[in-house]
Design a protein around this ligand. Sequence first.
Ligand code: SF4
Length: 293
Amino acid sequence: MRTKKALNGYFSILEGKKRVKYLLCKNLEEKINSAEEILSGCHFCERRCRVNRMDGEKGYCGVLESRIASEFIHLGEEPELIPSYTIFFSGCTFTCVYCQNWDISQYPERGVHIQPRVLADMISTARARNVNWVGGEPTPNIYYILDVLKHSKRNMPQIWNSNMYLTEEAMKLLDGVMDIYLTDFKYGNDRCAERLSDAKNYTKVIRRNHMMAEKQGEVIIRHLILPEHLECCTKPILQWISENLKNVRVNIMGQYHPEYRAMDYDELKRRLTYDEFQEAVRFGKELGLDILE
Ligand code: SF4
């Protein structure tokens, strides 16, 4: 059986018993310099577009300067994380055909650019227990996020809320900066990842990054069950987690509904059934996973 170590860890962070890492991060300037180098031949994610975003060249995600679609105190995240000051970036490194957030993720030009110093001040006054970097996807915005943290004066846990398709180099930049990895584990095989999110080498990349995340911080894994993907995705994901990760919790999510281009894909045209959801939870529990309920 899984222990409650991860849960206790959260409380220790959130109660302030464990110091927030970014204030201990003595090499933040060094990380910002490395992030600037990555930005000038972009390889924050495994698409490795190698475009110079500093010079206005766009890669797959289309993100140039960081743009924020919305920021607010989120009360709908996992109970121990709320209230969470959530910052939604425009643009994404994936193009999931069923994206539940497509009006943000597929339009990188939407939203506004907020100067890092200004956002740092907004964070300082937010009535929240943590900062939650999400999107779209935060990955193209790592340079910007580090710059914001450089100006930040408030000791606050940082949440990396991501699809986890980062490069190893980008993952290392987060080490010592992010406290909690709130991850989105979508597929149990590369075929589904390529077909539905246009993402290559998905399983290798995502598995590697989850192993790194477990060493770098605390991890909550979210998995949105897709209709008809129980056998090819949900079960292999849960199986892999049970065999490879020790101190993680898993949020099995049943709220899928057809969005964006989902109606072009037969199996994605409907919502999940109650039985499919129950089967996923039963399978996860049988594996001894720490399932969020
Ligand atoms: S973050 Fe965007 S530009 Fe950079 S490698 Fe990924 S998709 Fe390409």
